[in-house]
Ligand binder design. Structure first.
Ligand SMILES: [Fe+2]
Ligand SMILES: [Fe+2]
Length: 469
C-alpha cells in the first residue's frame, strides 16, 4: 500500500475513508506541532536538514532523501503491509486468526502497553532537546535530527492506535503524551531512563546504542502481537529504528577510534594524558557504558512478572523473533532464574521479561565486539565490557543490592567506595561537557571523535548535511 502524501496527514491506512478518525487526528496535529516547537530541536527550526522521509513501507527503497525544515517534516501514519491470513503466533490464542479489532476484554492491557511505548518516543526528543547546540559535526547534527523526527513519527504511530481503537480514552491519552515531559518533577515521563538528561554526545551515542535497542526489542515483541494493526505499526517502526542504533554503534565506535589514535600519538594509555589531548579515555567510556546499559536493563521490568505472563498468554506481546522458538504456548515450560537467594525455577510465562532481557543483552554484545576489535588491533590488551545484569539494578530481585560489575555481591562499604570507578562521576561529566564544543564546518570533526567511514545516502562526509547560514 503506497503512502498518500496529498493529505494533511500522510498515511497508508486510507484515513480519508474514516472521517471521524481523520478529524480527531487533524485536531491533535497542531498540538503535536506546538509540542515539537517547544520541546524539539527548536533552535534549528528554520534550517534545511538533509533528511530521509518514508515513501513506501516495503523493505527496499522505502525512503527518499532531501532538504527539509524540521517543522515541515511529513509526520504521518505508516503501517507495514498486512500479511494475508496472519494467525496469532503465541499464547492461549495460538493459531487463531489475528485480530483486526481490539478484543474488548484486553482493551486496558493493550492501552497501557501502547501508552508506555508512546511515552518513550517524545521523551527522547525532549532529552535531546539542546544537543544540537554542541554538535561535533554537521554529519552528526543531521543524524541527531533524523532520530528526532523519527521519534516524533513513532509518537504518531502510537497516537494513531489510541485514536483509532480506544475512543475517548485514547484521545485523552494522546493529549497526555504531549503533557508529560522528560525530567519534569510534576509530570515526568513514565519510565526512569527517559527522565535521565542527555546533555552530552557521549550520552547520546550510549542512549541510541543501549536505550534505542531496548526500543527495538519492545517493538519486536509487539510486532508479534495478535492485534494486527499494532503488529503492522511496529513492524514499520523497526525499519526506522535500525538507523538509531547505527548512530549509536558507529558513534561510540568513532569515539573509541579517536581515543586510540591519541593513545598511539602519546604512546600512553594514561587517562589524564589522553584527556589532556582532548579525547575521552577508555575508562570514562566504560563508565558511561555502565550507566546507560544498566539503566536500559531496568526497562524490561522484573524477572518474575505476572503481568508479562498475562500479556503473553493473552496474545498481546510475544517474544522478539517468536519464530525462533519451538514452543509458542509455554503453558508447561519453566525457566531457571538466578536470584540473590539461589536458583529459582519459575513458569516460563512469568519469566518473559527475563527472556527478552537475555536476548537484548546478546544483541548488545555485537557492538562491544566491534569496538573491542579496534582496541585489539591498536595493540592494547584491554576491552570494554558489559557489566553483569545484576549490577546497579533498580527493578527486580537484584534491585538496590551491592553487586559489582562482575556480578559478585560485595560489602556495602566497598560498593559505595568503588562506585566512582564504575559509574560516571561529577568530574567525568564535567570533563565530557568541556569537550562539547560546536563544530559546523562541513567535513570537520570535534577533536574527541573520528570521522565516519562514509556519509549519508552515498554522499561524501563533508556534504553540507545541515544548512546553518
Ligand atoms: Fe522510537
Ligand atoms: Fe529510536
Amino acid at each position: 500500500m503506497s503512502i498518500n502524501y496529498s493529505e494533511k496527514i500522510p498515511n497508508n491506512v486510507d484515513l480519508a475513508t474514516d472521517r471521524k478518525l481523520q478529524r480527531a487526528l487533524e485536531y491533535w496535529q497542531p498540538h503535536f506541532l506546538k509540542w515539537w516547537q517547544e520541546q524539539g530541536p527548536n533552535d534549528f527550526s528554520s534550517n534545511d536538514v538533509y533528511l530521509r522521509t518514508a515513501v513506501g513501507v516495503d523493505a527496499q527503497g522505502w525512503a527518499s532523501y532531501g532538504y527539509v525544515k524540521m517543522p515541515d517534516y511529513r509526520w504521518g501514519i505508516f503501517l507495514a503491509d498486512p500479511i494475508p491470513e496472519r494467525t496469532i503466533g503465541f499464547g492461549d490464542h495460538f493459531g487463531e486468526p489475528a485480530w483486526q479489532q481490539m478484543p474488548g476484554e484486553l482493551r486496558s492491557q493493550f492501552r497501557r502497553i501502547i501508552v508506555t511505548q508512546g511515552d518513550t518516543e517524545p521523551a527522547s526528543v525532549e532529552q535531546q532537546h539542546r544537543l544540537g547546540l554542541s554538535c561535533p559535526s554537521l554529519y552528526d547534527l543531521r543524524n541527531l535530527f533524523q532520530v528526532n523526527v523519527e521519534e516524533g513519527r513513532h509518537l504518531w504511530a502510537m497516537v494513531y492506535l489510541l485514536h483509532g481503537y480506544f475512543g475517548r480514552d485514547g484521545r485523552e491519552e494522546a493529549e497526555e503524551l504531549l503533557a508529560r515531559h522528560s525530567g519534569d518533577s510534576d509530570k515526568p515521563r513514565i519510565l526512569g531512563t527517559f527522565n535521565e538528561p542527555i546533555s552530552d554526545w557521549l550520552s547520546f551515542f550510549m542512549f541510541t546504542y543501549f536505550t534505542d535497542r531496548d526500543g527495538k526489542f519492545q517493538l519486536k515483541s509487539l510486532a508479534e502481537s495478535g492485534f494486527d494493526p499494532l503488529a503492522r505499526t511496529c513492524r514499520f517502526m523497526l525499519t526506522e529504528e535500525a538507523h538509531h542504533m547505527f548512530v549509536g554503534e558507529t558513534g561510540v565506535g568513532r569515539v573509541v577510534k579517536r581515543t586510540l589514535e591519541v593513545m598511539k600519538e602519546l604512546g600512553s594509555d594514561d587517562p589524564a594524558a589522553v584527556r589532556a589531548q582532548g579525547a575521552i579515555d577508555l575508562a570514562t567510556i566504560q563508565r558511561y557504558l555502565n550507566f546507560w546499559f544498566t539503566s536500559s536493563l531496568d526497562l524490561f521490568g522484573s524477572e518474575v512478572s505476572s503481568n508479562a505472563a498475562s500479556t503473553f498468554a493473552n496474545g498481546i506481546k510475544g517474544r522478539p523473533d517468536e519464530d525462533r522458538y519451538e514452543d509458542h504456548v509455554c503453558s508447561e515450560a519453566t525457566f531457571d532464574l538466578e536470584t540473590p537467594d539461589g536458583v529459582e525455577t519459575v513458569s516460563l510465562r512469568n519469566a518473559m521479561n527475563e527472556v527478552m532481557r537475555d536476548a537484548y543483552i546478546k544483541d548488545c554484545e555485537i557492538g562491544l565486539k566491534r569496538w573491542n576489535m579496534q582496541i585489539k588491533r591498536a595493540g592494547y590488551d584491554t576491552a570494554l565490557r558489559l557489566p553483569s545484569s545484576r549490577f546497579r539494578r533498580s527493578i527486580g530481585s537484584w534491585a538496590g543490592l551491592p553487586v559489582d560489575p562482575e556480578g559478585n555481591m560485595v560489602d556495602q562499604n566497598e560498593f559505595d567506595q568503588r562506585l566512582t570507578d564504575w559509574l560516571p562521576t561529577e568530574s567525568d561529566r564535567a570533563f565530557v561537557h568541556s569537550l562539547m564544543q560546536r563544530v559546523v564546518e562541513p567535513g570537520k570533526m570535534a577533536g574527541w571523535i573520528a570521522p565516519p567511514d562514509r556519509g549519508i545516502n552515498s554522499l561524501p562526509v563533508d556534504y553540507e548535511y545541515v544548512r546553518l547560514n
